[in-house]
Design a protein around this ligand. Structure first.
Ligand code: SAH
Ligand code: SF4
Length: 389
């Protein structure tokens, strides 16, 4: 898929260089300004035209009049002792989302990588500017304000969908996150595991991925981006088609039989487990890569030994690793994590069946920064905040 196949930009801040060229041409401005403006926004993270100092004042004013402005700003930063940072990001209409910066080796990093050796390092370590003293940071980002999928265990799901985010807003949270990095930290990857179902906002997410990977922008390779989905089958296929499998896929499976999955994830009534598994099987995973199966363990629902064995059976032969996540408590769900012994047994069965399985045991105060735990603010907020250090 090329950027030109996407629907028109929803805002100036999410235009690709050719879209800028067209607009600037209409304004009678030289075309080379297009790349200049694009780089200001996506390379330097400057979205206020007044700060684009190498543009003539006339053009800066024109851009401001046309509505180019920062789509979001940071309302609050919370930092945990292990270096994880959670940003509360406010969008232009006052709606708020959260994004989390997760340094390698932190508690929260286990959530997404499960094991340090799991994270693909090839391109990065091979790149010329790799330095061993660089601290790699992964950013967990939101794609919607709230979520329409209504999963029984999820804070975002309980709140419902407030509205879609546009690509400018999605990218802006990444630029704002990068701006908070200090010292030798470097933004090394992005995971769509914050608030929202990314494939339920496909066009904006696809545009955001293209913008983030643009060589005149952040220039992040597609393989360093992971889309986590509750299993929207047509959009999984579309992602495979549009990006040729280069974007990493994580699928929230959460059950080994379709009835249990429907109880936990209403979306299963539309796209049942068997269809989701079939879509996973056709996803074109590049060589030396694996996709991720996410399985949130919920006491008495999907945590019995039979489930573990069935899960191993339906995943057999798949190039995948399994991330087991004992459910994080979310008030009002009436659901809870299983006891540790049950969790250990579940993991052991999967391992015995030959599946690479990783476990993340949630602990105390880092909880609210863990991907998948991001809550809407206001009365819908259910999850405890990180302590400020
Ligand atoms: N909507 C996407 C991505 C965001 S959620 C998806 O569902 O995949 C990221 C992950 O966190 C998902 O696997 C989700 O099921 C998981 N998650 C959500 N709430 C959770 C909770 N209370 N405990 C543990 N994992 C949770
Ligand atoms: Fe939405 Fe994912 Fe939460 Fe389900 S788990 S409600 S799909 S954010």
């Amino acid at each position: 898929m090329q950027p030109s196949d996407l629907p028109p930009a929803a805002s100036l801040a999410e235009q690709f260089p050719p879209e800028w060229e067209k607009l600037l041409g209409d304004w009678g401005e030289p075309r080379y300004r297009a790349l200049q403006i694009f780089r200001w926004i996506h390379q330097r993270g400057v979205q206020n035209p007044a700060q684009m100092t190498d543009l003539p004042k006339r053009l800066r004013d024109k851009l401001t009049d046309a509505g180019l402005a920062a789509p979001a700003h940071v309302a609050e930063v919370q930092a945990s002792a292990d270096g994880t940072k959670k940003l509360l990001v406010e969008l232009a209409d006052g709606k708020q989302i959260e994004t989390v910066l997760i340094p390698r080796g932190s508690v929260a990093a286990e959530d997404i990588f499960a094991s340090d050796s799991e994270e693909p390092r090839d391109e990065y370590t091979e790149s010329a500017d790799f330095r061993s003293d660089t601290l790699e940071v992964t950013q967990c980002i939101s794609s919607q304000v709230g979520c329409a999928m209504g999963c029984a265990f999820c804070a975002s799901g309980i709140a419902g969908l407030k509205r879609q985010m546009n690509a400018a807003e999605i990218v802006s949270q990444v630029l704002l996150g990068r701006a908070t990095l200090e010292g030798s930290s470097r933004l090394a990857g992005i995971v769509f595991m914050g608030m929202g179902e990314p494939l339920h906002n496909y066009n904006a997410v696809a545009r955001a991925i293209r913008l983030i990977s643009h060589p005149d922008g952040l220039g992040m390779s597609l393989r360093r981006m992971t889309v986590s989905t509750s299993g929207l089958v047509p959009e999984m296929d579309r992602l495979a088609r549009d990006f040729g499998g280069q974007v990493q896929l994580a699928v929230s499976v959460h059950a080994a039989d379709t009835d249990t999955r429907s109880k936990l994830m209403p979306v299963n009534k539309k796209y049942p487990l068997s269809e989701v598994i079939a879509a996973i099987r056709r996803y074109p995973v590049p060589r030396r890569r694996r996709l991720t199966i996410e399985y949130t363990l919920v006491r008495g629902m999907n945590d019995n030994e039979q489930s573990a064995r069935s899960l191993a059976r339906i995943l057999r032969g798949l190039r995948a690793k399994v991330n087991l996540i004992p459910m994080n408590p979310v008030q009002g769900t009436g659901l809870a994590a299983p006891d540790d012994t049950v969790v250990d047994r579940f993991q052991q069965i999967l391992r015995d069946e030959g599946l690479d399985t990783f476990l993340r045991r949630r602990r105390g105060d880092d909880i609210a920064a863990a991907c998948g735990q991001l809550a809407l603010h206001g009365e819908a907020r259910k999850v405890r905040a990180l302590p400020l250090v």
